[in-house]
Design a protein. Structure first.
Length: 242
């Protein structure tokens, strides 16, 4: 890792006083207080690489979520931590979103892959934030995923080119395929960085492509999911998310 960058060390749900956490009537976490630490700790004086605008206010986030990758690799982590429960392994989408946001404003979200059902609290979270979510779902006829990675990457490219001033792109995936062919998520992050966007990757250490991780550690912020495994996952009918 570059000496100029250090890994994420922001607050978790358990570090925030209970009286500051807002819950709805069903006990679902709605939001954290706006308590924002520096996202990239640097030894130099330049502010490049943090998620703050020149005016000191937090940049709006554009979140791109490869749900299939997060779920599949997470199930492998479950196999190591809770062997035998892999088939009941679930992602707690609302908790994961809260971890990603960490109290920062959300401007846009694109969720690709096996998207949560309409009843999932995640959609209420987006609704409460006033965010319209674009989705790329599995093919209705085949049940298989239809060019999900490409759809996420196209949405990233459009956001990078069309939005001014640039904000912060947060990518949830560990997939680094296609880079040697000038394609894939790493290439989109390169474009984002070149256009002045801040970049973050949220992924499982266990399944994060080494080139993807190296690039974001050099130019942005990498946030592993293993430290918050019990908060962002649950075992259906056995263990609830913290």
């Amino acid at each position: 890792m570059s000496e100029r960058f250090k890994r994420w060390n922001g607050p978790s749900v358990g570090q925030i006083p209970a009286e500051e956490i807002q819950l709805n009537s069903a006990g679902v976490l709605l939001c954290y207080p706006l308590r924002i630490p520096p996202l990239v700790i640097k030894t130099g004086s330049s502010n490049q690489g943090s998620s703050y605008s020149n005016g000191g206010l937090p940049m709006g986030l554009s979140v791109f979520w490869d749900n299939s990758n997060i779920w599949l690799v997470g199930r492998g982590v479950c196999h190591e931590r809770e062997p035998g429960d892999e088939w009941a392994f679930r992602i707690h989408f609302a908790h994961l979103l809260d971890f990603v946001l960490n109290g920062r404003p959300l401007d846009y979200a694109f969720v690709g892959g096996s998207v949560p059902p309409a009843s999932d609290p995640l959609w209420r979270r987006f609704e409460n934030l006033g965010i319209v979510v674009d989705k790329q779902e599995r093919g209705e006829a085949s049940g298989g995923e239809v060019a999900v990675d490409e759809a996420i990457q196209l949405s990233m490219a459009n956001r990078i080119l069309d939005v001014t001033p640039p904000g912060c792109i947060v990518l949830l995936t560990g997939d680094g395929s296609g880079y040697t062919d000038g394609k894939g998520f790493i290439k989109q992050l390169e474009r984002a960085h070149a256009h002045g966007w801040e970049i973050e990757v949220v992924s499982w250490d266990a399944g994060c492509n080494r080139y993807l991780r190296h690039f974001v550690e050099q130019h942005g912020t990498y946030r592993p999911l293993e430290p918050v495994y019990e908060r962002v996952t649950f075992i259906n009918n056995k263990r609830w998310a913290l």
